[in-house]
Every structure is written in C-alpha cells, then in structure tokens.
Design a protein around this ligand. Sequence first.
Ligand SMILES: *Cc1c(COP(=O)(O)O)cnc(C)c1O
Length: 389
Amino acid sequence: MEFIPYGRQFISGADIQSVVDVLQSDCLTQGPLVDKFEENLASYVKAEYAVMVANATAALHLSCLALGVSEGDIVWTSPNSFVASSNCALYCGAEVDFVDIDPDTYNMSVEQLEQKLKLAKVKGRLPKIVIPVHFAGQSCDMVAIKALSDQYSFKIIEDASHAIGAKYSDEPVGCCKYSDIAIFSFHPVKIITTGEGGAAITNDEEIAIKIADLRTHGITRDKSRLTDQSQGAWYYEQQSLGFNYRITDIQCALGLSQLSRIDSFLEQRSKLASCYNMRLSNSSYKKPTIDNDCKSSWHLYPLQLKSADRKYVFEKLREANIGVNVHYIPIHLQPYYTKLGFKAGDFPIAESYYDKVISLPLQPQMTEEHIDYVCDQLNKCVNEMSMAV
Ligand SMILES: *Cc1c(COP(=O)(O)O)cnc(C)c1O
C-alpha cells in the first residue's frame, strides 16, 4: 500500500488551470481574484464580509487586534488545538488562559467555561475574548457560549480552521450568528486549500475594514476615510501599524476553484467517516461523538485508544504506511507555555485525551478500500497486543 497521509490536498486539472491562468495574467497579487474569493466565501458561509489573508494564524492575530486586544487583556481558548489559537493573543501582548475540553466532543467545555467565568468575575480577571475551536470539524456549542458572552461581556472569535463546510443548528459554521469573527485556514491538510491562506469572516463592517487595513501595513486608499486631504490619485495613508499579511491572486485562484468543489470533498469525508464508524463498531476504542445539532466537516477522525496502546499502535500503523497523527499535544504543555507558568494537571481532560488519541487518515482522495486497510491493520495491532499480555 502506498503511504496514506492523515490529511492531503486534492488538486484537479481545473485547479491547476486556474493557477496557470493567473500566472499568464497581469496581476499575481492584489488583483481581482482576492475580491472574488472573498465574495464567494462570504456567500458560501452566509456572512457579510470575508477578508482573505496569508494564513489562519494571521487571521487570528488581526482578529484579536481588530477587537482591541492589547497588554493587560486576557484571552481564553481550548488547550486541544494548534498553538496558533493561543499565540495570536500573545502577539498582542495579552495573557492567555485555557478552558478544559468536553470528554466527548473534545471541544471547549461549556460547563467548565461557565465555572471559570464565575471565578474570574469574583477575581476581576474576566477574559476580553474567548476563542472556541471547532475541533476536527465539529462546531462548539455556540448558543451556550454566546449566552455566556452576553452575560460576561467577552467577544468571540471562532477558530473554524477545521470546520469550513460544517453546519451548526442548520447554519453554516462561519456565518457569525453567535460570534464577532470566525476564521478559516486553507493550509493543504484542511478542507480546501490555497497552499497557505486564511480568512476572517464577520458581519461587522468596521471589523472587516480594520482587518483589511491591518493586512496591508495599516494603509488605506479609501477617500472617504482619509484623515488628511488627498494630494492626488497616488495618495494613500498609513493610519495604524499593520503588517504584510496579504494573500496572492495565484493562491485565490486555487481557492476559488477548490471552493467550487467543496461539497464533493465534504461528502467524501463524511462517507469515509461513516465507513470508519461501521468498521470499528465492535471496537472497544472510543469513536468520535457528533452532537445532534452539528454536521461535522470531518477534518479529522480522532480515535481514543488506551494510553498504554497508543505509542505501539502509532508506530505499527506508520510501519504499515498509514500516516496516523496525533491532535493535539495540549498547548499549555508546550515548553514555551510551561515557562509562562502552565503545568501538567492544569487541564486534565485535554491531557488524558491527548494520552490516548490517534488521528486516522481522512482525506477526500481516500476510498473505502483504504479504510478497510487501515482498520485491518489496526485490528492486527490490537490482536498482537492482546497476545503479548
Ligand atoms: C491549521 C490551524 C491553524 C493555523 O492555520 P494556518 O493557516 O496554518 O496559519 C489554527 N488553528 C487551528 C485549529 C488549526 O488547525
């Protein structure tokens, strides 16, 4: 069997042609395709504004800045995520803290969030922003999180890096009905790709303008927003300290072409996940739990083994050319974060989940035969382990 990566882009001839067309055009960057992708993406997730940026980490950083995060502020997120979910707050000089996860969905636990908010209120240490992460493609309980945000006055940035195409309560994840901003990633392992790329989605025009300005040095050319008088057609003003977080037309051409195929990707992912569920139905391992009001985009298929088995299974499956992976090492246990004062035991559910979990390969180019192969190899490992005892 050829190597089966846990996640991989699916590039078609049409995708390639769309990129070639841009290369033969006048605008490699800051041309019409960035606007077009923004338009199509906003419409796909049923939101007002999409701002394309260089990657999702940049989208998180600019989202924090647009919501006014700075030194002295506190930002909370999930420990079961990629480090970008919390690094974005540190970039702004804010302090980070985490909310432990739900043992079934592996998303931020609403009960833990509520308890932690009660305590934080007493101590006068409420967060300015909470960043729920829609782990593996399943939305967090946004109605409950939004209710808490109204009660405790924090803003919400959804880290929807895994979840474009997912649904929550019959609406697209990213519609921002329950949040201020949602961000997507278009890294090649995610649902659709631009190579590197990300987006910030919002229904608030002011936030969209802020993020768009910050993505290009804090510069505006919009005549209605100039603070001084225009000196001519060449004139622009830098009004804040931004970055070069732009995305190219080359990337957006790929993104547009990928977005037009997203439904087939999602369908295949969902089919493969059902296939895993069926093949593993007799297994004692814990399969993903999907809440009734959620439709997952199935970015990942996390399977919880026994912690004593995880390393052996991981190594055996890798030997069998199966690109299993582990999502995630809890962020607070990274050396950079333990230096900030976090330690083992701080978020026990995320930690014990991490000890057991393995991500089985899941990407739209896989077939049911691949799933059979992965499950056969997994069962073989389990038999070997039981014989060894
Ligand atoms: C991939 C990912 C990111 C970062 O995305 P980039 O586009 O690589 O910057 C952030 N958060 C989560 C949960 C991710 O999976």
